[in-house]
Write a protein that binds this ligand. Structure first.
Ligand code: SF4
Length: 482
């Protein structure tokens, strides 16, 4: 799947980082966010604490393009949290950028959140009707208001009380005079990992952040775990929530997470290669070349090639230098939007039977353009293979998905999808194949992990609000992924 600039469909949610007890906390947080840029490119923010004063910078845009050395030097202290955010169409404004900062009776507090609360709308209405004034449309502000209303003696207790009222997916970091808190919802939908850097610590959405600063991976924050780093450097862990069966997001392994990350105890890269192998086992067809849709389809295409014996070739080249274009050519240049991103290697494709491998298909519009582009480059046959099951349901746990009626697999049969994208054949990975690909142990090909698979199955592991359940057709502009 191509990134959001082109496809406008499934988009990564957000990424969070916290750096604790390190003299360069804001610099390391900046670097940690840089390694999470794929999780959100609309806004970036860092909050730091120095001598009991909070400092915060939030900007629209990407990490490297917006936060300046002057910004970082204005973020002193040895503790910092940061956030990169993707916003839905209605929410791309600075007031929705994170970390969210509030002054409470505990002093200044900053929150950064990855995920989506499924009862945020209900809680927000209750809070507003009893006088709360919201400054943003972010779910995270709901948590801040619940903390503000708590009568508990400490921020930690107030945070627990607040989180006991919310439902949904969250990996959250909180900075205050009481310390740094890192917490993952009981279902463990979004990843959150802990690393060691010199005498300090880093918490991040993915291990890619730890790798960049050469922090040592320690462990994942467990589902339902609240980890606290207090001001004296002590660390304590608690599990204040009722235990449930964890259901980490399987789409993190399919597409969202970086392939060089290890999350949910798995190498993302290895899982994707396995997906390609499983795909070849169930959908192999006579062909001359296997070509990935770059970049996210590359590991699965490698796996497909290894399993099927069909040679792997980079038949589509992706430009990494596409910004916004102001010059639109005449309509005589076909597939211009896709061609800005991808160009076929005609000499490779001419006269060949080509298997194209992508990680997923959402609306099908980009797949159709890619198939046509490969055919126009001279391929004699184009067979489309998808390294995940048909995406038929929207996500309510922090991924921005189109309404159900716009998911092509929700409204079309496989034959209809094949005809729409103009491929000679189409094949998807089965749910069983995806589970086997993501398993790390077990003779039966599974390891007992129960993933959230709701966008494939419609079986939502965390209760949805009545509004969401009624429609199953979320308006993407109506809420905010964090
Ligand atoms: S619905 Fe899909 S994208 Fe959302 S958390 Fe579940 S598996 Fe992940």
């Amino acid at each position: 799947m191509l990134p959001e600039e082109l496809d406008g469909v499934l988009v990564e949610e957000c990424g969070v980082v916290a750096t604790v007890d390190h003299g360069e906390a804001s610099n390391l947080t900046y670097l940690g966010l840089h390694a999470l840029q794929h999780r959100g490119q609309e806004s970036v923010g860092i909050a730091s604490l120095c001598s009991n004063s909070m400092h915060i910078r939030r900007k629209m845009g990407r990490v490297a393009e917006t936060l300046t050395p002057e910004d970082l030097s204005s973020l002193p202290g040895d503790r910092a949290i940061g956030h990169v955010r993707y916003s839905t169409a209605g929410g791309s404004v600075l007031r929705n950028a994170q970390p969210i900062f509030v002054e409470l009776r505990f002093g200044p507090v900053a929150f950064a959140h990855n995920g989506n609360l499924t009862n945020a709308d209900v809680l927000r209405r209750q809070l507003e009707s009893s006088g709360s004034i919201f400054h943003s449309t972010s779910d995270t502000e709901v948590i801040a208001h619940l903390v503000a209303r708590s009568r508990k003696d400490s921020l930690e207790e107030a945070l627990v009380e607040a989180l006991l009222q919310v439902r949904g997916a969250y990996s959250l970091v909180v900075l205050s005079r009481e310390g740094v808190h890192a917490v993952r919802d009981a279902h463990g939908v979004r990843p959150l990992v802990l690393g060691r850097i010199e005498n300090g610590w880093m918490v991040a959405s993915e291990t890619s952040s730890l790798d960049l600063i050469r922090a040592e991976f320690v462990r994942e924050i467990e589902p339902g775990e609240l980890l606290t780093f207090d001001p004296s450097g002590l660390q304590r862990s608690q599990r204040p929530f009722a235990p449930v069966t964890p259901t980490p997001c399987i789409f993190e392994l399919v597409y969202f997470a970086r392939p060089d990350s290890t999350i949910f105890g798995r190498s993302v890269y290895a899982a994707r290669v396995n997906m390609g192998r499983e795909l070849a086992r169930s959908t192999s067809i006579g062909a001359d070349l296997v070509v990935p849709v770059p970049d996210s389809g590359v590991p699965a295409a490698l796996g497909y090639s290894r399993e099927s014996g069909v040679p792997f070739e980079l038949g589509l080249i992706r430009s990494h230098y596409v910004g916004r274009t102001f010059i639109e050519p005449s309509s005589s240049i076909r597939h211009f939007g896709v061609k800005l991103k991808l160009n076929p290697v005609a000499g490779l494709l001419r006269g060949k039977r080509v298997v194209v491998v992508d990680d997923s298909v959402v609306r099908g519009t980009t797949s159709r353009k890619i198939v046509k582009m490969i055919r126009e480059a001279g391929a004699s046959e184009v067979h489309f293979r998808v390294a995940s099951p048909p995406t038929r349901w929207p996500c309510f746990y922090g991924i921005d998905t189109p309404v159900r009626s716009q998911l092509i697999a929700a409204t079309h049969s496989l034959d209809e999808i094949r005809d729409y994208i103009t491929a000679d054949s189409i094949g998807y990975l089965t749910m069983e194949g995806l589970r086997r690909a993501c398993a790390v142990a077990g003779e039966d090909g599974t390891d007992g992990t129960r993933f959230c698979e709701a966008c494939f199955s419609g079986d939502y592991p965390i209760e949805l609000s009545d509004e969401a359940r009624r429609s199953n057709a979320k308006d993407p502009a109506s809420d905010e992924a964090g």
